[in-house]
Design a protein around this ligand. Structure first.
Ligand code: ADP
Ligand code: ASP
Ligand code: MG
Length: 408
């Protein structure tokens, strides 16, 4: 008998029938004698619908009120799942984030979990109940409802598993594990039996939406046993996120490919090449609370240089406005940009011990006539920015070039 936290995503609870299906699955685990805490997302499409609704009233929704609105999606699902379990003769009780007391900071729409009160949940588990918790939401010290950012139910699941010292956290979704890349883009993508925590962290941070980055961070920090599985298959071991590399099998050089459509590029051209210039350009961007990702500064010529960086697509218009001011201030020649770009990244711990990975990547893209606009590397990843119309093509040819479809 074990204590298991299971998280079911939006598609898995997308209709009354699917919620009944989740209840059947939960009832099966319960019948095996396990203690269960179930975290659910809003029904698929619901969070998008609520955000669109809010924007009909206020183009830039007030963050506190937006959290009040979007958190309702998950509240509906917990009630429906509790009812479905009762219908199947299983005692269950639902809690919102605030009812559990998932305490977060006050950063509305991207709050961070600070503490989880496990008293109510433990009492219910001892009484033999299945505990159902709304994902994606918490409450701050002043009692305001907060949410954890898109995909945040993954983080709720892992954080609850950490707080309860659960034996395992199972993320049930609409694919049967973590693949070498998004199987919707590359049908030949291969399911991985295991992936190292470090690689999963990179893939998540580079845009793979299979797990929210913070859920992986939590798993790492608290040593949570984390597994991704399908809610639509009865059997299957999914993908286990491991903390140690398995030295008995030879690992491929590249483990996976991630991509992110949600970036835009900004160029500040002809800025004086002198100390402090990066700060003068990026300081105001940071002050406007806009995240900056890739940054490139060219080697200066004739006393001036060019500066490029990427920001989230949604922040592109605001970032351009900030930069128009900066342009006057620093005396730049031109500010331009492009929001029709994407970032494609290859990830693998094997890169540490292999040379030629970057050149294979660049040659593969060149052979398809795909122009690389920006490059950034770290020990276990290489990212490139390319025109967004080449996203699928780039991911497909790289997948093939690194032999990711072949079993290892
Ligand atoms: P949920 O609603 O269950 O949280 P998400 O839509 O957030 O599900 O995440 C699952 C989706 O992630 C899959 O349907 C798939 O399209 C996408 N995905 C992206 N990268 C990968 C990957 N490397 N392996 C598996 N799925 C991936
Ligand atoms: N419902 C939220 C979203 O769509 C949280 C989640 O599903 O993880 O982003
Ligand atoms: Mg998700």
């Amino acid at each position: 008998m074990a204590l298991i936290v299971q998280k079911y995503g939006g598609t898995s609870v997308g209709s009354p029938d699917r919620i009944k299906n989740v209840a059947r699955r939960v009832a099966k685990f319960k019948a095996q004698g396990h203690d269960l805490v179930i975290v659910v997302s809003a029904m698929s499409g619901e969070t998008n619908r609520l955000i669109a609704l809010a924007k009909e009233i206020q183009a830039q929704p007030d963050p506190r009120e937006l959290d009040v609105i979007v958190s309702t999606g998950e509240q509906v699902t917990i009630g429906l799942l509790a009812m479905a379990l009762k219908e199947q003769g299983v005692d269950a009780v639902s809690y919102t984030g605030a009812q559990v007391k998932i305490l977060t900071d006050s950063a509305h729409t991207k709050a961070r979990i600070q503490h989880i009160d496990d008293a109510n949940m433990r009492a219910d588990l001892t009484a033999g109940k299945v505990v159902i918790v709304a994902g994606f939401q918490g409450v701050d010290a002043q009692g305001n409802i907060t949410t954890l950012g898109r995909g945040g139910s993954d983080t709720s699941g892992v954080a609850l598993a950490a707080a309860l010292k659960a034996d395992e956290c199972q993320i049930y979704t609409d694919v049967d594990g973590v693949y070498t890349t998004d199987p919707r883009v590359v049908p030949e993508a291969r399911k991985l039996k295991t992936i190292t925590f470090e690689e999963m962290l990179e893939l998540a941070s580079l845009g793979s939406k299979i797990l929210q980055i913070r859920s992986v961070e939590f798993a790492g920090k608290y040593n949570v046993k984390l597994r991704v599985l399908s809610s639509f298959q009865e059997e299957g071991e999914g993908t286990l996120i491991t903390f140690e590399e398995d030295s008995t099998v030879e690992k491929p050089v590249i483990s996976g490919i991630a991509f992110n459509r949600d970036e835009a590029r900004i160029n500040v051209i002809g800025v004086p090449d002198k100390p402090g210039i990066a700060y003068q350009i990026l300081g105001p961007v940071a002050d406007a609370n806009i995240d900056v990702d890739m940054i490139i500064q060219n080697v200066g010529q004739d006393g001036t240089t060019d500066f490029s960086f990427t920001v989230p697509k949604g922040e592109y218009p605001r970032a351009l406005k900030v930069l128009e001011e900066v342009k006057k201030h620093v005396g730049a020649r031109e500010v331009s940009g492009d929001d029709k770009i994407c970032k494609v990244s290859i990830v693998g711990v094997g890169m540490r011990s292999h040379v030629g990975v970057a050149s294979t990547m660049f040659r593969t893209l060149a052979e398809e006539g795909i122009n690389i606009q920006m490059i950034s590397t770290s020990e276990i990843k290489i990212s490139v920015v390319v025109d967004e119309k080449y996203l699928e093509l780039a991911v497909r040819v790289l997948h093939k070039a690194f032999g990711l479809e072949q079993a290892v």
